[in-house]
Design a protein around this ligand. Structure first.
Ligand code: ADP
Ligand code: MG
Length: 709
């Protein structure tokens, strides 16, 4: 019996050649095939007449073969079959390339449907490679809505349609993953019905609920994955940090400022978590500049107070150094009073702070051994810190900047490194300045608890944001000069020069050198032509870390006026005196990314400005940039970005392994919520899915295919 798990190769009639074509599309099982969904449909529900054919139209005409012959193109050595088709309204040529057998299968007088693209050559219209079906047979390709699939060489839409229908007809009793009542409530068909509706729809509208139902399948599996991960983690042991209210209040009193309301509630959530004997798994989201570092610093210091270690990981060395500086700035006194100390450890440098501004450069081995003997309590570094075999015997807390997920395996590896008998997993906090739309935090990041800082420290003025046309560039430069004369500083961000604009090969490795080229050009222009009297510096990813550190340091100390950079500075960099963020070719960046850039300024009581340069005149791109000037906060913008670009783009083109249809459904809040409720209901009754072996099997396959890091 045919099931979704049947291998296509085992189906009679699918020969080696077809198998190869299918394999190229990644289609191995019946499930793969039936989930190979159409990109679109050609609508042949109204048969066209020959007289009405228009250039470029994809049409199906019912016609009679009036004449047919074959010739050879000598230049390209290709067989060309040419026919004249007639109906009562007129005649048109049909041309087939490289299909000599057509000549014999369509003798003069044949009547049938011919579906193809009306193309023009030397002033005359012809149908190019039309699909033919005889008038008396059941039609798959030339009538009604005809699905067009992602194709590959040797496996055309026609070939796929040819296989699809008999297989869908033969499938019976496909087991349902999603509970029946959920589909009923949303008025969605069964899975099998949905498959039939999407591959053989009565109308384009009828295909919509079918797509929704198919997407629901993945959203449901995703939620099961998230919720099970959550349940599993909740059973693992962690070090409870027994902080007290008095300790917390004393520490908060040491801060040079009062926490904002939402900093405080996020802190409370985190502190409540780390008091428990099971690992925290939390995402701290907050606009750039909202003060996330302070929050984690308080938690880390409370843990340190009780002898526990914290590792804080940043995506780049620049940012690691910056976190270190923030710690220094904020907790100089506290660190001294509590006789704690903390260290920076990157592959470029190691230093430790002993409070009251005392710090020393140290050999790496020495820092490593002070971590190993538990003396160093708070270590700030890049991910290299974890891979370099540094062992933390009392690790209770790991905070990671801009990396959203941390697997159970990663945690286990960390604790294993702590040596004998250690079983407790560290509490984990992810910090993100990328506003994540609600639908994504409920799905892709659905295994994490969420804390949100949604206000900025008081005294900050909103950043003035302007889209600047190329013609207004001199004005913008004059403005920058004037701000610098007032003592302020400016960032200029350049996007990468794209290697090839139209390449849609998502797997192509971006060439980091093209970044360098763009930045170098802009730097030369600004330093030599536009601001020869000012100090301009450059920062890009190909520089050595020591160089980068020196450049950042000089900028932070206001020794340079303008910093021309790549997206290196995207996250986290904190230079409150910088008040101008100028972004070249702003249209090339996503909104979320632009938002990140803008957040580099507006970090003091000075008025800041963000200038978005663009030469792109398209309405869509203007619209997008305008969203940045009007959006009230990062979340609103993130929703817009998601709607405009889709989750694939939003998630930075990472290959999640989630099917497109499910990725697109992440926009659908109703569906997302339904999937989450359904998953939670199922697990409440049957947490290991023991009563549901089919679902468990599906879930395992889903987990293998999807990776969300
Ligand atoms: P984020 O990491 O969220 O972008 P940071 O933690 O780097 O933000 O904080 C940005 C700046 O704001 C830092 O200089 C920090 O010292 C300062 N800051 C943080 N919280 C407050 C607050 N409640 N009041 C005033 N300044 C604050
Ligand atoms: Mg930060």
């Amino acid at each position: 019996m045919l099931t979704l798990n049947t291998e296509l190769a085992h189906i009679q009639g699918i020969n080696k050649r077809l198998q190869d074509g299918l394999k190229k599309l990644g289609l191995i099982t019946v499930r793969d095939l039936v989930l190979h969904l159409p990109n679109r449909y050609d609508d042949f529900s109204n048969a066209a007449t020959i007289a009405d054919l228009a250039v470029g139209q994809i049409a199906s005409v019912r016609a009679r073969v009036a004449k047919i012959e074959m010739r050879r193109s000598f230049r390209r050595n290709m067989a060309i079959v040419e026919a004249v088709l007639e109906d009562r309204t007129g005649s048109v040529r049909a041309v087939w390339f490289n299909q000599p057998y057509i000549l014999r299968s369509l003798p003069v007088g044949t009547v049938g449907n011919f579906a193809g693209k009306a193309t023009v050559s030397q002033g005359a219209l012809y149908l190019s490679n039309p699909v033919y079906e005889p008038a008396y047979a059941e039609t798959k390709h030339t009538e009604g809505l005809v699905p067009i699939y992602p194709e590959t060489k040797g496996m055309t839409s026609r070939g796929i349609r040819y296989l699809m229908r008999p297989i869908l007809d033969a499938l019976k009793d496909v087991p349902e993953c999603v509970p029946h009542d959920v589909c009923k409530k949303l008025d969605l068909p069964s899975f099998l019905e949905a498959l039939r509706m999407v591959h053989m729809p009565q109308s384009a509208e009828a295909a919509e609920p079918a797509k929704k139902r198919i997407a629901l399948e993945d959203l449901f599996l995703l939620q099961l994955t998230n919720l099970q991960a959550k349940m599993k983690l909740a059973q693992e042991p962690a070090h409870p940090v027994p902080w007290t209210d008095a300790e917390r209040d004393a520490l908060l009193a040491e801060l040079p400022f009062a926490l904002t309301g939402s900093q405080r509630s996020s802190l409370d959530e985190i502190l409540a978590d780390i008091q428990r004997p099971h690992p925290m798994n939390r995402l701290l989201q907050g606009d750039v500049g909202s003060g996330k570092t302070v929050v984690i610093a308080v938690a880390a210091l409370l843990a340190a107070r009780h002898g526990f270690q914290t590792a804080i990981l940043a995506p780049t060395e620049t940012l690691a150094r910056q976190h270190y500086r923030t710690f220094e700035k904020i907790f100089n006194r506290a660190v001294h009073d509590w006789s704690l100390n903390f260290a920076l450890m990157t592959s470029a440098e190691c230093r430790a702070s002993y409070g009251e501004g005392l710090e020393t450069d140290l050999p790496k081995a020495r820092v490593a051994s002070r971590i190993k003997d538990g003396h160093l309590k708070i270590v700030i570094g890049t991910h290299a810190l974890l891979q370099k075999g540094v062992t933390f015997p009392r690790l209770a807390l790991v905070a990671v900047d801009e990396q959203h997920r941390f697997g159970v395996e990663q945690r286990a590896a960390l604790t294993k490194s702590a040596g004998h008998g250690a079983r407790a997993l560290p509490h984990f906090l992810s910090m993100s300045a990328t506003p994540i739309p609600r639908t994504l935090s409920l799905t892709i990041f659905g295994d994490l608890d969420l804390s949100i800082i949604d206000e900025l420290p008081s005294g900050r003025k909103p950043i003035i944001t302007k889209v600047v046309a190329s013609t207004d560039r001199p004005k913008a430069h004059a403005f920058i000069r004037q701000e610098i004369k007032k003592g302020r500083q400016a960032f200029v961000i350049c996007p990468r020069i794209e290697e090839s604009e139209d390449s849609d090969d998502a797997t192509a490795i971006p060439n980091a050198w093209s970044d360098v080229k763009a930045v170098t050009q802009e730097y030369e222009k600004l330093a030599k032509e536009i601001f020869p009297d000012l100090k301009v510096a450059m920062l890009h990813g190909k520089m050595k870390s020591a160089e980068k550190a020196a450049v950042m340091d000089a900028f932070a100390k206001n020794k340079t006026n303008i910093l021309v950079a790549t997206s290196v500075i995207e996250v986290g960099v904190d230079v409150p005196n910088a008040t101008i963020m100028a972004i070249e070719d702003a249209d090339r960046f996503g909104l979320a990314q632009l938002y990140q850039f803008r957040g580099r300024v507006g970090r003091s009581s000075h008025q800041s400005a963000c200038l978005l340069f663009t030469a792109n005149k398209s309405a869509v791109s203007r619209e997008r940039l305008k969203a940045l000037t009007t959006a009230k906060n990062g979340f609103e913008l993130a929703e817009k970005d998601l709607a405009m670009r889709g989750p694939g783009e939003f998630l930075g083109r990472t290959q999640t392994g989630m099917p497109d249809i499910a990725m697109n459904a992440l926009n659908d809040m109703e569906l997302v919520k339904a999937a989450r409720t359904a998953a939670s209901d199922v697990l409440k009754k049957d947490k290991d899915l023991k009563q549901n072996p089919h679902l468990e099997e599906r879930l395992n396959a889903f987990r293998k295919a999807v990776h969300l890091e």
